[in-house]
Design a protein around this ligand. Structure first.
Ligand code: IMP
Ligand code: MG
Length: 176
């Protein structure tokens, strides 16, 4: 299939994303002022979201990366989560916010949160750009979801299909 043919209807525009992220950055800056803050992005999908979000945060903060893989190919969840890259920091002195691209079955974040809790951060919250509540397989919810979407496979703004389309500046439906 041609690359362009995979790009379906735009579900969330660049402007809508930008506006929500600005609000979120303000909120974080207010709530975490004076606290040691660590924003943890789950690679690869959340790298674009973190990069934009962090530039709307105007208090001191550090960033970290973890790589958790739950989708090995195609558009369905494999059912198991593998941590292939872990944080370098000791998080016990930080208020940690996990920054994720999308919550689908909830398995990835359920496992990541369980792992990070064992390391006793000062606090632990989860912010996700997108939430697909219809597909939840485990009981997990973010502290903040910027957009709730129906059960569609989406691409762009960090989200891929077969490693492509992460560079689209908006969120679109994937035309499979
Ligand atoms: P979960 O473990 O099922 O919640 O899946 C979370 C991960 O699956 C996300 O971090 C994404 O990498 C991937 N994922 C889930 N839904 C989509 C989608 O619609 N498009 C692209 N990736 C997705
Ligand atoms: Mg992801």
């Amino acid at each position: 299939m041609k690359y362009e043919d995979g790009i379906g209807k735009i579900i969330i525009s660049e402007d809508e994303i930008k506006k929500k992220i600005a609000e979120t950055g303000e909120k974080i800056s207010r709530e975490y002022a004076g606290k040691p803050l660590l924003l943890v992005s789950i690679l690869k999908g959340a790298f674009v979201f973190l990069a934009d979000l962090v530039r709307t945060v105007d208090i001191p903060c550090e960033i970290g990366f973890m790589c958790a893989q739950s989708y090995y190919s195609g558009t369905t969840s494999s059912g198991s989560v593998e941590i292939t890259l872990d944080l370098q920091q000791d998080i016990s002195n930080y208020h940690v916010i996990i920054v994720e691209d999308i919550i689908d079955t909830g398995r990835t974040l359920h496992d990541v949160v369980q792992l990070l809790r064992l390391r006793s951060p000062k606090s632990l919250k989860v912010i996700t750009l997108l939430d697909k509540p219809e597909k939840r397989a485990v009981d997990f919810n973010a502290d903040l979801s910027l957009f709730t979407i129906p059960d569609l496979f989406v691409i762009g703004y960090g989200l891929d299909c077969g490693e492509l389309y992460r560079n689209l500046p908006y969120i679109a439906e994937y035309n499979g």
